[in-house]
Design a protein around this ligand. Structure first.
Ligand code: URA
Length: 237
């Protein structure tokens, strides 16, 4: 079976698991009559392994990734950091120079601003999960290519399905366009709830944009207040 098809089936199973668990949380038991194991022999997939997927197993699966050309030129793959049970996930575009060296997202100047935003929200890096659409730095920070996004987003989808946050924040035009498959201006998208993989997503400006356009900070703060309201309304569960 082609790898791409296997990956698609795996993504679907991971998503199905999170939806089952969600329904179960709601006390809807009827989903039990369906079995995720149905047909697993004919698919040739170890569904038990899929159902036990964790952030670590996804990272292992990424390995020394060469699925697109970026793996050849980057220094370190930047997978993601933070709380595996985070209620809030931030998704940026792609690693920059500092991230590429350190192997961690948002560790440069934009990252320091993101830390300040988190602090203002009463949180720290350890409370949330931070990652990017692309795991490898594009040479000279060029725009990611559609095939690079298509290849790498499969891993983001799996990370999100495992974490099952209550809210996602899309940071900046590029990330938001990738996640929502739209080209609408970020100035129009920001501040309005969207949906990514069944999870409420708030698009907002990228911290790097805010460094160049400090006036945008007011809008971002409005967006983060909306995020906090939503998290509060969802409660601790
Ligand atoms: N910009 C991003 O989008 N992601 C990073 O990790 C760093 C800068």
């Amino acid at each position: 079976m082609p790898d791409q098809l296997i990956n698609e089936i795996r993504d679907t199973l991971v998503l199905a698991r999170s939806q089952f668990e969600y329904l179960s949380d709601l006390g809807l038991e009827s989903q039990k009559k369906y079995s995720l194991d149905a047909g697993k022999e004919s698919l040739g997939i170890d569904t038990n392994a899929v159902l036990q997927e964790t952030l670590d197993t996804i990272r292992t699966d990424l390995g020394d990734c060469r699925r697109c050309g970026l793996g050849e030129s980057c220094t370190k793959l930047v997978y993601g950091v933070g709380n595996p049970n985070a209620r809030l996930v931030f998704v940026g575009e792609a690693p920059g120079h500092k991230e590429d060296i350190k192997g961690e997202p948002f560790v440069g100047e934009a990252g320091r601003l993101l830390d300040k935003i988190l602090l203002a929200m009463g949180m720290q890096r350890e409370d949330v999960y931070i990652c990017n659409v692309l795991k490898c730095r594009p040479p000279n920070n060029r725009d990611p290519q559609p095939e690079e996004v298509a290849t790498c987003e499969a891993f983001l989808i799996r990370q999100v399905a495992v974490i099952r946050p209550q809210v996602i924040v899309g940071l900046g035009r590029f990330a938001v366009h990738c996640l929502l498959k739209t080209k609408a201006p970020i100035s129009r998208l920001r501040g309005e709830w969207q949906n990514y993989q069944g999870i409420p997503m708030m698009p907002t400006y990228h911290p790097a944009y805010l460094l160049r356009n400090p006036d945008g900070k007011r809008d971002v703060w409005e967006d983060m207040k909306e995020v906090m309201r939503r998290l509060q309304a969802e409660g601790d569960g």
